[in-house]
Design a protein around this ligand. Structure first.
Ligand SMILES: C[S@@+](CC[C@H](N)C(=O)[O-])C[C@H]1O[C@@H](n2cnc3c(N)ncnc32)[C@H](O)[C@@H]1O
Length: 432
């Protein structure tokens, strides 16, 4: 397919997403099914265009003074891809499979309009109803923070120290352009291109042998901040597919007891294969069976309970720009209730002198500092560990991290703009 034909396809797909309120991933899959002639390069390039439109869904329409799918795609080419009018016009030459030529109004908008003066939710590309929440966290910086949250994310890898050293894996993945991540001592980063083609890390020998895992650097730091140590009893209460569990296991160096569970057995299912590939032998996966509590035998004995809490995921918008437009206020209410429940459960599992690490991949205060404040108000036996103390695990990078991240009384907030990671909140709570 020519670049122009790919553009036409992206416009069609954006039209179906808008008209049917379909999830982008489904719309892309449906398009692929009905256009079997398209090769993998075409599909990746078209998906890249569609995801980029969703990143710039509001600002592109504002730029073009038009909210049609075509306008959003054209506006995105300027705002996200930095193309000039002549280049965009050349792609819309009206030839077979190409979009029709630019109108005079479109040419004028692409040549002279900007998003300066647009309302913050438009300039920052987020739903209007979230504006008070983002204002509460970022104040006047909310547009720049949100723009970074809309930008494309790199692919981050965590080196599994049970099996390998970072320098060795870095050398072995040189052909993918892997370089050390700025903060995590065990992270590697691969920059991704505009098309949504992934570099196939899952087929690399390092991956197959368990030396690497895909994990955003913010998630790696959140795990490090728990300070899990060899010999401890650690419970990963919301283990899901095991991203944090694997990181905790590596920190524990195979010593101690690591218990992983989740309220949803389907989320938990992939953890078995991942633990085995990573060479983890001290993990005890507790799959829920009906209403029975899989941790019923554990009473105030854990050194550390990690809560990688169910949350709105606002910190991961750059990896899933579709999610932010689909998020509804009701979702926040549900998450707040879930988080309070999980915190209550953790309080009973942790031993006196132990700690809870509360983590979200959200930037919204009610899920972060708000949740922690309510918890310590209900549980005076817990105190918040000063965030500077939590960051000491970064050694020589702790000071720079403290300047980059957003510190509150309750914990650290990482953001794409500040730390170049997904948005992550971490608070450590000590039990007297
Ligand atoms: C952010 S995800 C976990 C991601 C995972 N820890 C990782 O690093 O890959 C949150 C998880 O919490 C689980 N969850 C939701 N409510 C829960 C509850 N009340 N108790 C335990 N887990 C819960 C969800 O099923 C989901 O898997």
């Amino acid at each position: 397919m020519t670049p122009a034909a790919r553009l036409s396809a992206a416009i069609d797909i954006i039209e179906s997403i808008e008209a049917q309120r379909a999830p982008a991933a489904k719309a892309l899959k449906d398009w692929g099914t009905s256009h079997r002639f398209a090769g993998s390069g075409d599909r990746a390039a078209i998906a890249g265009l569609v995801w980029d439109v969703l990143r710039r869904r509001a600002s592109s329409a504002y730029l073009m003074e038009d909210d049609t799918a075509r306008a959003r795609v054209l506006g995105m080419l300027k705002l996200e891809r930095g193309l000039d009018v002549a280049t965009i016009a050349a792609m819309c030459d009206g030839s077979r499979f190409a979009p029709p030529p630019l109108t005079a109004q479109e040419e004028r908008a692409l040549a002279s309009r900007t998003t300066a003066g647009a309302p913050p939710p438009v300039a920052g590309d987020y739903p209007d109803w979230l504006d008070p929440y983002l204002t509460a966290v970022f104040g006047d910086d909310r547009v720049t923070e949100a723009m970074a949250m809309a930008s494309r994310a790199p692919l981050d890898l965590r080196v599994n120290t049970l099996k390998a050293k970072r320098e060795k894996v870095e050398a072995s993945l040189k052909h993918l352009g892997a370089v050390p991540t700025p903060w995590s001592p065990i992270g590697l980063r691969i920059q991704l291109g505009a098309d949504a083609r992934n570099p196939g890390v899952h087929a690399e020998e390092d991956f197959i042998k368990g030396a690497i895992e895909v994990q955003d650097e913010g998630s790696q730091l959140a795990a490090l901040f728990t300070a899990a140590k060899p010999g401890e009893q650690v419970i990963d209460l919301c283990a899901g597919a095991g991203g944090k569990t694997l990181a905790l296991a590596a920190m524990m160096g195979g010593k101690g007891r690591l218990i992983a569970t989740d309220s949803d057995k389907r989320q938990l299912a992939p953890i078995h294969e991942r633990l085995s590939r990573a060479g983890v032998h001290n993990a005890d996966v507790r799959t829920p069976k009906g209403d029975a509590d899989p941790l019923a035998d554990i009473k105030a004995s854990a050194d550390l309970v990690v809560i990688d809490a169910p949350c709105t995921g606002t910190g991961t918008w750059r990896r899933n720009p579709d999610a932010k437009w689909r998020m509804r206020p009701g979702a926040l209410e549900i998450r707040l209730k879930d988080q309070a429940e999980v915190l209550e459960r953790a309080a009973a599992l942790v031993k006196p002198g132990g700690r809870i690490a509360y983590i979200t991949c959200s930037v919204l205060q009610p899920e972060n500092g708000g949740q922690v404040r309510s918890f310590v108000a209900r549980h005076p036996e817990f105190t918040i560990q000063p965030p500077d103390q939590t960051a000491t695990v970064l050694w020589d990078k702790a000071e720079a991290f403290a300047e980059a991240a957003l510190k509150s009384d309750e914990g650290w907030l990482m953001t794409p703009r500040r730390t170049g990671t997904d948005g992550f909140f971490v608070s450590v709570l000590k039990k007297a």
